[in-house]
Design a protein around this ligand. Structure first.
Ligand SMILES: Nc1ncnc2c1ncn2[C@@H]1O[C@H](COP(=O)(O)OP(=O)(O)O)[C@@H](O)[C@H]1O
Ligand SMILES: [Mg+2]
Length: 303
């Protein structure tokens, strides 16, 4: 396909997780993604390999570039350089100049293949729950309405909200809205689900119901990339954790390394702030300076 100039090297620690069938090819390859906002160099050569059925978690302090990376994966942001490949669709950054029609079509395909769940749900307030779910399959994928409705109902069942089928978003709790947003993403039957801090806007009492849905998706083998501060979720569900610092993945590994025995001083410093110094040997000696973001409003949950 295109992009012969950019070589994707799989980092030696990007070992496939236990659910990955032997010999499986990666389903997501992000290669050397760079992003500038004006003179702000936000992403500095980020590469990621994800195999089918894996759950990946991205950790990092606020402002490190996590959301930007996720948005570059489906070209909600145009990367300044690099290439994204999801399944058999590859698109290379082309920050200057127009894209030929075939390439715009590939971006449309990437977006369909990579469903996104945002912090703020982004449901249509004027549509019922079922209306929110069938909108995109009918209008973007041209699925017939009865088939889309049937699919939507099956996913509402999965997230435990089939009884809210005809309700409007304003009458749902935050946790219910986010579960609807997850069902909406699933109804597009994407090849990979991208979550950007899906529980950070929720009242702490509502976080659990959303994490439970996400954990069940992870365990049934959905391919997911999750930006989160929920360490318990990362421990339970992630095959691999990528720690981002100032636009680079500075540590990659399983939770037994990245959370329990971080090797990079920047990961250690973040976790010391997050989990408390007693969680990490080296962390006890780390001064807690202002450069480290405080935990978000919704804490890391029981660890
Ligand atoms: N649309 C944008 N325009 C300009 N700067 C942006 C934009 N989005 C993000 N940034 C900047 O990029 C950096 C990384 O932001 P972001 O990806 O949101 O970090 P994170 O999700 O890790 O908190 C920050 O410095 C932020 O101000
Ligand atoms: Mg963010």
């Amino acid at each position: 396909m295109n992009g012969q100039g950019i070589v994707h090297e799989i980092h030696p620690v990007e070992l496939p997780g236990p659910l990955v069938p032997a010999g499986a090819e990666p389903i997501v390859r992000a290669t050397k993604i760079e992003k500038y906002f004006g003179r702000n160099h936000v992403l500095r050569g980020c590469s990621m390999t994800v195999y089918p059925r894996e759950t990946i978690t991205i950790l990092g302090r606020s402002g490190s570039g996590k959301s930007t990376f996720l948005r570059c994966l489906n070209f909600l942001e145009e990367p300044s350089a690099g290439r994204v490949e999801i399944d058999d669709t590859a698109v290379e950054a082309r920050p200057l100049g127009d894209r030929p029609r075939a390439e715009r079509e590939r971006i449309r395909k990437l977006r369909t293949d990579a469903g996104m769940v945002f912090q703020e749900f982004n449901l249509f307030p004027h549509l019922s729950v079922i209306g929110n779910l069938v909108e995109a399959p009918v209008h973007v994928k041209h699925v017939a309405r009865p088939a889309a409705t049937e699919l939507a109902e099956s996913y509402l069942e999965k997230v435990g909200l089939i009884d809210k089928r005809n309700e409007y978003p304003s009458r749902l709790s935050g946790g219910q809205r986010q579960r609807v947003a997850i069902a909406r993403a699933l109804t597009m039957e994407p090849k990979v689900l991208l979550f950007d801090e899906p529980t950070s806007a929720l009242d702490p009492s509502l976080v659990g119901e959303v994490l439970k849905v996400m954990e069940s998706l992870a365990h049934e083998g959905r391919t997911m990339i999750v930006v989160t501060h929920e360490m318990q979720f990362a421990r339970e569900a992630a095959d691999r954790i990528y720690y981002m610092h100032e636009g680079q993945f500075v540590e990659i590994g399983p939770h037994t390394q990245v959370i329990d025995d971080p090797q990079d001083p920047r990961t250690r410093e973040f976790l010391a702030r997050f989990l408390g110094p007693s969680r990490s040997r080296q962390a006890a000696a780390t001064p807690q300076d202002e450069a480290v973001a405080p935990p978000p409003a919704v804490g890391p949950g029981p660890v």
